[in-house]
Ligand binder design. Structure first.
Ligand SMILES: NC(=O)c1ccc[n+]([C@@H]2O[C@H](COP(=O)([O-])OP(=O)(O)OC[C@H]3O[C@@H](n4cnc5c(N)ncnc54)[C@H](OP(=O)(O)O)[C@@H]3O)[C@@H](O)[C@H]2O)c1
Length: 349
């Protein structure tokens, strides 16, 4: 396969300063893959880092990708040139962000795309699913999770039958994957907060009961009590604004764990030592999640091939990398509901 020598990347050069640059195509080092990126999905982190600033410039943003392996570094055995893979990006190095036409990843953090999935569907999965998984199954420690047994292992499948679980924000990308993993773990009922127009979506993924997300904290707690009299020991707050964290903490039973995806904002006056709050970090590159992430990636092809994990709905935004900044504005303005925006870097002119 003849590779181009140059490619285009969307580069964050300073706060709020995104532009298209031409880079040399990377060379995969030992243990790395070089990928032609076919589809990238946009995440809230991308607009937050653009607008609020990042610790390092220049940076190539982008945390989700699907593409074709075009070269492998020394020692790579599990993945070959021509394989179609999906994987999360990482921002520690320009070559690992996904908003570019070629990027690098590691085989242990990537999964092959099964035939039932398009590149666009596959690109919706890695970051949000990993975040759902680290929150539920990560170690009980900062940046870890609730310490449950992973649902893709024989011991974990169905293990929590009869135990309730609540997901705040079931229609969000992370929430959709948290519901699906909770279903595989056997939790029941699976209760989620959602807008009326996304009720069918979250039920199709495994939610058994829904609560209007616009109710007050007190009303949400009352609705949960009407649905189950069992203590709620695991809550996944996929939104993690102060109002959802406060509402979730009120619902959480003594001995329970609240998983959050942003900084802790629970009202300090209500925090008690018997209820844990764990902020998760949905990256396989994070040492605390490395082993879990590798385990998830090694089971992910089968999970999506079987339909146990369904991708988010996606909307393809035309125009390649050039269109990303405007598309991120839609995310920042809360104008995206129940789906991911996806871009084809190859369309960049
Ligand atoms: N810690 C990590 O490693 C990590 C990783 C990934 C994401 N995150 C964070 O996790 C959050 C979710 O990310 P995402 O990609 O899943 O977001 P997303 O899909 O873009 O979220 C949009 C969805 O959230 C729903 N929503 C908004 N406010 C809500 C509320 N108060 N209650 C219930 N649902 C609500 C919206 O529903 P409506 O249609 O009703 O408006 C919409 O469907 C973001 O803040 C993101 O930065 C953190």
């Amino acid at each position: 396969m003849t590779l181009p020598t140059k490619h285009k990347a969307l580069v964050l050069k300073a706060q709020n300063d995104l532009s298209i640059e031409t880079f040399d195509v990377y060379h995969p080092e030992a243990g790395e893959l070089l990928v032609r990126v076919e589809a990238v999905a946009l995440n809230p982190a991308d607009w937050k880092l653009r607008d609020r600033g990042f610790q390092r410039y220049p940076t190539v943003l982008g945390l989700d990708a699907a593409g074709v392996v075009v070269a492998v570094g020394d020692g790579v055995k599990s993945t070959a040139v021509g394989d179609k893979i999906f994987y999360a990006g990482y921002l520690s190095d320009l070559s690992l962000g996904t908003f570019q036409q070629y990027n690098k990843t590691r085989p242990e953090f990537a999964s092959k795309i099964p035939p039932n999935l398009t590149f666009e569907q596959a690109a919706t999965i890695p970051l949000a699913l990993t975040t759902a998984a680290t929150g539920l199954y990560g170690k009980v420690q900062p940046s870890g999770g609730a310490g449950l047994t992973p649902s893709w292992t024989p011991e974990g499948r169905g293990k929590y039958a009869g135990q309730p679980l609540v997901v705040f924000g079931g229609s969000s990308s992370v929430g959709q994957y948290a519901i699906q993993l909770a279903k595989l773990s056997g939790f029941s009922p699976i209760i989620t907060t959602v807008s009326s127009y996304n009720v069918e979506l979250v039920k199709s993924l495994g939610a058994t009961h829904t609560i209007d997300r616009h109710l007050s904290s007190r009303e949400i707690a009352n609705e949960v009590k009407k649905i189950t009299s069992e203590p709620v020991k695991v809550i996944y707050d996929a939104i993690s604004l102060s109002e959802t964290q406060d509402a979730a903490y009120d619902v959480l039973a003594s001995g329970g764990i609240l998983i959050i995806v942003l900084g802790a904002k629970v009202d300090k006056d209500k925090i008690t030592p018997d209820k844990k709050i764990i902020g998760t970090h949905g990256s396989c590159y994070s040492p605390v999640n490395r082993e879990l992430g590798i385990s998830l990636c090694s089971h992910l092809t089968e999970l999506v091939a079987s339909g146990d994990i369904k991708p988010n709905a996606s909307e393809v935004v035309p125009g390649g990398l050039t269109s990303i900044s405007k598309a991120l504005d839609r995310l920042a303005n809360n104008a995206i509901s129940g789906k991911k925006l996806v871009v084809h870097p190859s369309e960049t002119v």
